[in-house]
Design a protein around this ligand. Structure first.
Ligand SMILES: Nc1ncnc2c1ncn2[C@@H]1O[C@H](COP(=O)(O)OP(=O)(O)O)[C@@H](O)[C@H]1O
Ligand SMILES: [Mg+2]
Length: 218
């Protein structure tokens, strides 16, 4: 079973939005998808409870004491996580998955916090007993204030403590489509096609990466 963790210690950066959109995308591709919502705010499970019966099914999974409990035959679990994770608890969350997606809002403050967070992850590598692939997604990018190219080159230059670059996979604009789709328990891919073509285009590199072996550790 494939596990994808959506994590960033900061609240409001788009963890639940990405969790539900990734889940809806793979469910609409015919995969058996479950969401584990480990955030006490339960935004992803609330979204599931609004999901219409006609939409491709997404089921609930749980994790207790590090043990994942998913419905039978699930092939993909997306894990939504709470804000404020650090230290041992962070290490145990990260150890739950092969792939980690980190949504990031494109402000200097958030990017600096994300760099420190990646440093913390490196410092915890003794506790994280598996290889994991990490990618960042810039979310809520306001196309009028910061040119996409500028942000792209800035994020691409973010260095990891080991000198490697942080893989930066997709850039998503700030759009009411995310808010409206979420209100209906849907993902962007399931929402008014004529209005969401730009958003679907922006999400595509993320979905392609998640579908490929590039997002799975060797
Ligand atoms: N790209 C986006 N465009 C517009 N609104 C967004 C976008 N991403 C997230 N939001 C909204 O921002 C708020 C916080 O996002 P959420 O996914 O709940 O963050 P987190 O789970 O990290 O706390 C929500 O109201 C959500 O609908
Ligand atoms: Mg959330």
């Amino acid at each position: 079973m494939r596990r994808i963790l959506v994590l960033n210690p900061k609240g409001g950066c788009g963890k639940s939005t990405l969790t539900t959109n990734i889940a809806a995308y793979f469910a609409s591709e015919g995969r058996k998808v479950a969401i584990a919502d480990l955030d006490p705010q339960q935004s992803s499970f609330d979204w599931l409870s609004r999901r219409p019966a006609s939409a491709p099914e997404i089921r609930k999974a749980t994790i207790h004491d590090g043990k994942l409990d998913a419905p039978r035959q699930t092939d993909l679990v997306i894990i939504d996580s709470p804000a404020g994770l650090h230290g041992k608890k962070l290490a145990s969350f990260v150890s739950s998955s092969e792939t980690m997606i980190m949504p990031l809002m494109p402000s200097i403050i958030d990017i600096a916090a994300a760099e420190r967070f990646i440093e913390e992850l490196y410092s915890l590598r003794e506790l994280i007993k598996r290889k994991i692939k990490v990618a960042t997604v810039a979310n809520r990018v306001r196309e009028d204030t910061l040119s996409a190219e500028k942000l792209d080159s800035f994020l691409s230059s973010m260095k990891l403590p080991g000198g490697k670059k942080l893989p930066f996979i997709a850039m998503l604009r700030n759009s009411q489509n995310y808010v409206k789709a979420a209100e209906m328990g849907l993902g962007i891919y399931e929402f008014t096609p004529s209005r969401t073509s730009h958003d679907r285009e922006q999400l595509q590199p993320l979905m392609s990466w998640l579908s490929s072996s590039r997002s799975i550790p060797e």
